[in-house]
Write a protein that binds this ligand. Structure first.
Ligand code: SAH
Length: 348
């Protein structure tokens, strides 16, 4: 049975047994207590500081065929683009001027960006911006590649595990992909010394409460520094176009549970959260999030990096994104800081 006492125990012990966790995930009854508790936990560790990460979506070319993703290989309607290394650097320069101290380079799995090219880009950014964190989010690679990027100067890597359950993973991806390899990647990244981000979508087709519990259990094992969680949103040109999108309420609830189970994690209020609800990111911050990731990609390419339909923030210039987010963050009682924003750690 789930009671208010369960919530207090979750806060205190940073964990709950499966049965209570399942009940908490499935009922909205405790949301009014859960969200403020998650916010309180965030405040105790991070205060009201919200870190900003400049997101550069540098290529929408992808060799993978994930059933949920709008830029999947078989989507012939996508206008494919890739930024030149020099253009990526120009985004970083603009971002630096706006106060960003973390650059997130994200793309599809695009073979044009060989390890050599990625290392070249990373080392130029590292040279020009020694005081910044370089985050890569470019998919599954051999360990040697991850090592090479790290040696070139990358320090963080975002690779959502998507779902920890191998059977569920198979329902979301074609046979040539495996959840096992994705997990292998995450452990490799961690061993190499990256700050690692895992995470999953909420409400993907066939997802069960037990799958979500498996996601939490997997993350307890991995202990990621960053946890990205957003609702599944449909894209018209994917095999999943007729499935319902994920629930906003459930996404917020899972974010709050995540804050309580992983007090020190960096948890972004994602673009998908702002897409499913006009004030979704503000509500995410009030439920324990502490990161926002404004878009630094050149405005003309943003619409083309369409993982799902109706993605927000595809019109504005980079500077406008900061202003808009600053206002949103303030409305959530927080403030943007231009710190490098490493994860805090529990005092020994
Ligand atoms: N190629 C990189 C980046 C993927 S895009 C990689 O493999 O990690 C970043 C994240 O967007 C994905 O990990 C996925 O969780 C999310 N995403 C993809 N399609 C989505 C959709 N239709 N709705 C919501 N989120 C989606």
């Amino acid at each position: 049975m789930l009671t208010k006492e369960s919530l207090e125990r979750l806060y205190r012990e940073e964990d709950l047994p499966d049965e209570e966790l399942a009940a908490l995930i499935e009922t909205g009854e405790f949301d009014d207590d859960l969200f403020p508790l998650a916010e309180k936990r965030r405040q105790e560790i991070y205060g009201n500081d919200v870190y900003i990460r400049g997101l550069i979506e540098f290529s929408n070319v992808c060799k993978n065929n994930c059933y949920y993703c709008g830029i999947r290989r078989d989507n012939r309607c996508v206008d494919r683009y890739r930024l030149e290394p020099e253009e990526i650097l120009a985004c970083c320069r603009e971002g630096y001027g706006l106060g960003y101290r973390t650059f997130v380079l994200q793309s599809g799995e695009d073979a044009w960006f060989t390890d050599e090219r990625i290392c070249g880009i990373v080392s130029s950014i590292r040279k020009e911006f020694p005081d910044c964190a370089i985050t890569l989010s470019i998919g599954e690679k051999p360990r040697e590649s991850y090592q090479a990027y790290f040696d070139a100067g990358a320090n963080r890597y975002l690779l959502r595990h998507e779902t920890a359950d191998p059977e569920h993973y198979k329902k979301l991806h074609p046979a040539e992909m495996s959840g096992e390899n994705r997990k292998r990647c995450l452990f490799d990244l961690k061993e190499i010394g990256y700050q690692v981000g895992a995470g999953f979508m909420v409400g993907t087709p066939y997802q069960t409460t037990q799958n979500l519990i498996a996601d939490f259990r997997f993350m307890q094992e991995l202990q990621p520094d960053m946890i990205g969680i957003g609702p599944f949103l449909t894209h018209e040109q994917t095999p999943f176009k007729d499935f319902p999108k994920g629930s906003f309420a459930l996404t917020l609830r899972l974010l709050a549970i995540t804050r309580l189970m992983f007090p020190y994690a960096l948890i972004p209020a994602t673009t998908a959260l702002g897409t499913i609800d006009p004030t979704g990111r503000e509500k995410g911050l009030r439920a324990g999030c502490n990161v926002v990731m404004p878009n630094l990609s050149p405005a003309q390419f943003r619409k083309l990096y369409a993982l799902y339909d109706n993605k927000i923030c595809t019109g504005e210039e980079a500077a406008q994104c900061v202003d808009c987010l600053e206002a949103r963050v303030e409305r959530a009682g927080c403030r943007i800081v231009t710190d490098i924003g490493n994860a805090k750690r529990r005092e020994a």
